[in-house]
Design a protein around this ligand. Structure first.
Ligand SMILES: [Zn+2]
Length: 77
């Protein structure tokens, strides 16, 4: 394998290893992702804070409200 192919492969791998948080859209490494069941499916989240929010929404029966208000990704910094 040439060095170029190696880096291409490395880049692809890195891309696949990160996923957007279901709640806030923050990119999170698959090794650090937090999973929580929400609305009947397993969701990938960046932290336990986002998992707690989803849990609270589901517990309070606010899933429909949440989904209809779900806004485009806003960067948090
Ligand atoms: Zn998040």
């Amino acid at each position: 394998m040439g060095i170029r192919q190696f880096f291409n492969r490395l880049q692809q791998t890195t891309k696949q290893e990160s996923v957007a948080c279901y709640h806030c859209g923050e990119q999170v490494s698959l090794r650090r992702v937090v999973r929580a069941d929400f609305n009947g499916a397993s969701r990938e989240l960046c932290c336990h804070g986002c998992a707690a929010v989803l849990m609270m929404i589901e517990t309070n029966g606010l899933i429909d409200v949440y989904l209809s208000n779900k806004s485009p990704v806003k960067p948090v910094s």
